[in-house]
Design a protein around this ligand. Structure first.
Ligand code: HSE
Length: 420
């Protein structure tokens, strides 16, 4: 018999306990041993958890219990779970975690501490989709050329409603929160941080890149308006918050931002709270993984897959590469990213304005691909919407700064990246 202790019996923890009990028949058959939860840790013992397992409010009752073989960490946060996971590993216990923030910051230290003790984390990225297994095992033969993923259900739900129903940002955020998908602090979702944690985990497995959220380009969906949505529709794009990892000559681009993508692409059709990840490998070509990125049972499904793997004795380097044998690829500086751009700005509606703007873009060698001028409003100003041919991030950033200095341009210039 294998005994499990759960740190954090919230929605996911309770689902783990329920499924281990209700699906015990197949789990014993698949793992080869019976798996039982010995105890779970909660902050508030007075709250009814609707679970059939002994509860304690002291995490050391789990991490120091010599009878517990596997510690499942579902607490959230970074430093407290780090200390507890470290202690559990030092006590020789295998660990399963769903904690993407913990891994975004400490995955390589934890790999070092774990040594040969299994530390698995399937549920940390895209919830119930077995994307970690796909990358670590199923695609092990491939040099990974790119990963593009919708890795945050809250923002995908919001964007879908904004695009399909013209919904207001605040109303739709509240709806996503009520559905239980949003993080405790919704800035984590709408600001792209949640997705960045997941992208960093995937980028480690794919490329061996050791980067932190602060090192990469992260932009959220806060500035998207119906003007952008309508432009995207007119020009055949969908808008998605994508996590992108792309191998280019000199290194690997890692970025999270709202992205205009062709409406006919597979990932553009992923709506609502669903997640999807497209991975291109040099042998296999494009593969695509789709499913629920959050929710108690879906996330618990991934947690339990890890428990089963540990009981079966399946192992391999935690982050996918044997230490010291990583790909040697490095993170490409943000300024060197090359892509297409969309720009939105408000300008005076008079002769010479367009010429002034295109002159400015010419200085930075930026070529316009398409353009839309929206009709007059009462201030004699118009909205100008452009897309550009591919250019380097540094040039578009400098061009935006210069354009903002022009007297004919008002307020902020909104930029969105386009992936063809
Ligand atoms: N807040 C996350 C989401 C939950 O919306 O996808 C899963 O990490």
């Amino acid at each position: 018999m294998v005994k499990v202790g759960i740190l954090g019996v919230g929605t996911v923890g309770a689902s783990v306990a329920h499924i281990l009990e209700s699906n015990a028949d197949i789990l014993t058959a698949r793992a080869g041993k019976e798996i039982v939860v010995k105890s779970g840790v909660v902050k508030n013992l007075a709250k009814d958890r609707r679970v059939n397992i002994p509860l304690t409010d002291n995490p050391l009752d789990v991490v120091d219990d010599p009878e517990i073989d596997i510690v499942v960490e579902l607490m959230g946060g970074v430093e407290e779970p780090y200390a507890l996971v470290k202690k559990a590993l030092e006590n020789g216990k295998a660990v399963v975690t769903a904690n993407k923030a913990l891994l975004a910051y400490h995955r390589y230290e934890l790999e070092e501490i774990a040594g040969n003790i299994p530390l698995l984390y399937e549920a940390s990225t895209a919830g119930g989709i077995p994307i970690i297994r796909a990358l670590r095992n199923g695609l092990a033969a491939n040099h990974i050329q790119s990963i593009q993923g919708i890795m945050n259900g809250t923002t995908n739900y919001m964007l879908t409603k904004m695009i399909q129903e013209g919904a207001q940002y605040d109303v739709i955020l509240k709806e996503a929160q009520d559905l239980g998908y949003a993080e405790a602090d919704p800035t984590f979702d709408v600001g792209g941080f949640d997705a960045s944690h997941k992208l960093l985990i995937l980028a480690s497995i794919a490329y061996g890149i050791d980067a932190k959220p602060e090192d990469i380009l992260i932009e959220g969906i806060q500035n998207i308006t119906q003007t952008d949505v309508n432009f995207a529709k007119e020009f055949g794009y969908e808008i998605k918050l994508l996590g992108i990892a792309k191998k280019v000559d000199k290194g690997v681009e890692l970025r999270v931002h709202p992205t205009m993508i062709p409406a006919h692409s597979m990932i553009a059709k992923v709506d609502g709270v669903m997640n999807a990840v497209s991975v291109v490998g040099d042998c296999v070509g494009e593969t695509m993984y789709y499913g629920p990125g959050a929710g108690g049972h879906a996330t618990a499904s991934a947690v339990i897959a890890d428990i089963v793997d540990i009981v079966r004795g399946n192992q391999g380097p935690m982050m996918g590469y044997k230490r010291g044998l990583e790909s040697g690829l490095t993170l490409l500086p943000q300024e060197e990213i090359i892509t297409h751009y969309y720009l939105r700005m408000e300008v005076d509606d008079r002769s010479g304005v367009l010429a002034a703007i295109t002159r400015e873009l010419e200085k930075f060698d930026i070529s316009i691909e398409s353009m839309l001028q929206q009709p007059h409003n009462k201030d004699s100003r118009v909205k100008l919407l452009f897309t550009t041919h591919a250019c380097q991030e540094v040039r578009i950033r400098e061009a935006i700064k210069a354009l903002k200095e022009l007297r004919c341009v008002y307020g902020d210039i909104v930029m969105m990246r386009i992936e063809k």
